[in-house]
Design a protein around this ligand. Sequence first.
Ligand code: GLA
Length: 758
Amino acid sequence: MIDVKHSVFHLHTAWWSCLLRVTKNGLLELVHFGAPVSEKDVDALAVKPGLGWGSSILLDEKDPASCADALPLAWSGSGRGDYRESPIELEDENGPLPAAFRYVKHKIHKGSVLTRFLPQAQNGEETLEFILEQPENHLRLKLYFSVFPTVLTRRAVLENSGESPVYIRKMMSWSIDLPGRYQMTTFDGGWIKEMQKHTVPVEESRVVNESVTGFSSHRHNPGFLLAEPQTTEEHGTVYGFNLIYSGNHYAGVQRSLQGLNRVMQGISPVNFRWEVQPGGFFETPEGVLAWSGNGFSGLSLRMHDFITEHIIPEFWQKRPRPVLYNSWEGCMFNFNERRLLGLAKKAKKLGCELFVLDDGWFGARKNDTAGLGDYNVNKKKLPHGLKGLAKKINHLGMEFGLWFEPEAVNPQSHLYSLHPNWILKDNLPPLTGRHELLLDLTKPEVRDYIVDAVSAILDDTNITYVKWDMNRHSTALGAKAHAYILGLYDVLRRIFVPRPQVLLETCSSGGNRFDLGMLTFSPQIWCSDDTDPIERLEIQNSLSYLYPQSTMGAHVSAAPHAQTLRNTPLTTRGNVSFFGVLGYELDLDHLLPVEEKEIAAQIEYYKAHRETFQFGAFRRLVAEEGIGWQVSDAGLHMAGLFHKLVPAAPGYERLRLRGLKPETEYHVESRPQNLRIGPFGGLLKHVAPVDINPNGAVLRTVDHRATMPDAKEDFTATGSALMAGWMLPPRFSGTGYDKNQRSQGDFGSTVYEIREKT
Ligand code: GLA
């Protein structure tokens, strides 16, 4: 709802309130953003300026409250005495211009007023548009505030009604000043190390979260949090911020002397210079702001709700995602039709529903040095073409999906030799990354080529899933990098909006472009090339602060793991992937009988609980040991408890669930899990009637075929007991195997079904 009385604007839902006031000098004062309040509270919540601020500048000499530098604002500028960071920097041909936009009028629109460059399924409730002007320079600034149940979105549009061009050096999507003390959490990393969580206090020096690689990047995810220092998963105030954008981004946070924290976010201003022609305009991407009074989990639920209901393409909202098999880690570039069909048959038998052919199916692509850009099928590998392969896979009862990397080209390719001018370049010699150059998506003819090449394949072959990859950083600077992203959105819109039923999973060397812009096209994103489950615990846990589990492609791969050499139990590889969109990405030709059995059991279990795993409300549990996750639907909760290294002489351990009905009875059942015999090695001599050689063929043969049951839990308890924390079975502690004991060793885990009794 948006209520307007005098110059007070109240945007509010059941979850949050935002109170704004236009000052006498035409500034937008941010009186409050956070817990639901009433517009009657304006005076109570507003800052009470003192008698002036020493050397500070006043907008009105007679009014000590007119010191822009000391006010909490919802937008600011430069050259008018607010010396904090400005969300906007402009210049004309003579140099820098002051930015001093004043309120002129406002409008209220039904629903959201969308950015022109994204096909958002947004559909917000109402939008407040503020129109501000700087008549001295013939400039108009429109600020849009869109109300969604759990979040507020904001963006800015600049219009030039003058007679000469204006240049934007910096224009943020939003800027706010929040009172209070906060810690800032960002999610940073790199290839195979995405989303590492870092927290720093917000002080008087500016903290910056920024990407200049041309993309949102795995270096610094655009999403971040500001939380009061004592905040826990369940208690405390947290603000969450994100940007619906996939390019260079910037966020700055800085505390002022008066204790106001200026927070802003938008396209990175580094090397940015965008020309706005007379009569032209520029619009920023949309920013997302959320508030929670009940800790980090509360904030995550609000962000998840917004993404699930308003960002994900409509067709895929809450639509169950298939369990897929992906050929990459099993085959890499080395396959032919026979091998793929053999794998597909096995995948089908194990329960997979979708077979995805990854890289290597086209042109001269026998490794990553050649062929990228030439989307003609390699007939040596696939003599019956994609169509023939897809038909055979469909015949097995599976859907067929295909990998593309359409934004890039290998210098060793037909496309590059035909169109060397199609690459993204400046006046220096171009540089490669993973032997690739980027195509210049700012050129219409390049976009047309990609749209035509990909569309032709999608229309000719029965493809229900596309993995859209992009494996290098850009070297484009500032405005060109932004123009590239606009080109990319145009390409994605033209290919996928007319084909809503094609499930798009985007990828960028793993999670190098995990952002809300990509999610407006692709319901799921490949989180990381690192599928080691212990690494994934961190990556998926961090992602869960800002993104729902249905957006996370999570695959079971081989152990020892390709990136870490870590040997983890297959059970844990499955259990971690359950809390995302489950897939398998390993060589099925080399599975042991015990592994085949375990994978089939995993898939069956996942399918039986799929909607809860994919769309249930996600909570990070406060586990006494390890990491705990819970997903909840009406009446059904699934929980996972994951350990890293086991301690000797482990103590008692409890698991505390959340969000249950205290009085209601629940049936708790752990997923039946089996232990491999091999890892017990020489210890088996304590239980076996005969002497067993721990390195011998007998143990190997038994290990490949037989397993021992792990502790099984099956009991009933009230919601309040489960939320207080139930006592788990003991862990192995040197006293030998017992079927009532958890003997999982390092990297063990358990998944629980908690069903409301009727
Ligand atoms: C990237 C992706 C992988 C795989 C390869 C194929 O690294 O992240 O999942 O698709 O490319 O070359």
